[in-house]
Design a protein around this ligand. Structure first.
Ligand code: SF4
Length: 270
């Protein structure tokens, strides 16, 4: 009889980090893993290094033997999108299933009690998926408190406006996040732009952002327009938040889950 393994996949985001801290003293034999796509933000890797110190255990990186670029070639140069998520399957789910093998496994997923979404979760018969936050009624405010009390805090990329972890070119980003990416990591923005430009060579014009290319988005007038739209949306949200509990703010900064964040998946980016 194989021993049951307990595995928690970290995404680099706040919820899975909080779950890792939450479970630290509850399941001592927990294995923490991270599926590195090789296209992560540097802030994500720094955050995981700090989390590792708090957990007192290594976070195993299931490094991609076959990189994003390898799979891009396999898929005929067809970049991934929300309608063709080969990136999640090949760079997140497959490494997870390889790591697990045929061992009986309890898979801990950071789905909160205040959210309702589904995602790419292994359907292997030897994997039982559990949702401790849902079972214990843990909501977003609790997650923030767990992170604050541990000293880890929120992922550092949130300070410059990025709402999610995952690949720097993830197609779930808002336009304002692309603008911020260009400001904070111009080299990564250029790399994302190059992927768009190369897509034409494979017979398909592809934009990460649906109908607008990054070359169009980065034009100064367009950047100003995106920023103005975002500021106006934030002002409307602030007006609706007059009674926000203190626990839902950090030093006056409102911690927001943008609506699009819910479009992501459980293994990938939240
Ligand atoms: S973060 Fe986005 S681009 Fe990267 S694997 Fe996940 S869905 Fe795909």
């Amino acid at each position: 009889m194989s021993t049951i393994r307990h595995i928690l996949s970290l995404s680099g985001g706040k919820d899975s980090a909080a779950l890792a801290i939450y479970m630290r003293d509850r399941v001592h034999e927990m294995e923490y893993i991270f599926h590195d796509t090789d296209k992560e933000l540097p802030e994500t890797l720094d955050y995981l290094a700090r989390l590792e110190a708090i957990l007192g255990k290594p976070i195993v990186k299931t490094s991609t033997v076959d990189s994003f670029d390898h799979w891009l070639t396999v898929y005929g140069g067809m970049l991934p999108s929300n309608h063709r998520r080969w990136c999640t399957k090949m760079l997140k789910l497959k490494p997870f299933e390889t790591f697990v093998g045929s061992d009986p496994v309890v898979n801990y997923v950071a789905l909160r009690a205040d959210e309702d979404r589904t995602g790419y979760i292994s359907a292997k018969e030897n994997v039982e998926t559990v949702y401790p936050f849902q079972d214990d009624g843990i909501v977003r405010a609790d997650v923030i408190r767990i992170l604050e009390e541990s000293g880890l805090g929120l992922p550092p990329y949130m300070a410059w406006g990025r709402t999610r972890s995952g690949c720097f070119f993830c197609f779930y980003q808002q336009k304002i996040e692309w603008v911020r990416l260009k400001e904070v990591h111009p080299d990564l923005f250029e790399e994302a732009k190059r992927y768009e430009e190369q897509s034409v060579l494979h017979g398909e014009e592809f934009f990460w952002n649906a109908r607008e290319s990054l070359a169009e988005l980065e034009q100064p007038e367009r950047v100003n327009q995106i920023k103005a739209n975002w500021e106006a949306a934030q002002a409307r949200k602030r007006a609706q938040r007059k009674n926000l509990p203190l626990v839902e703010t950090l030093g006056g900064l409102v911690v927001d889950d943008e609506p699009h964040e819910r479009d992501g998946c459980l293994i990938c980016s939240i």
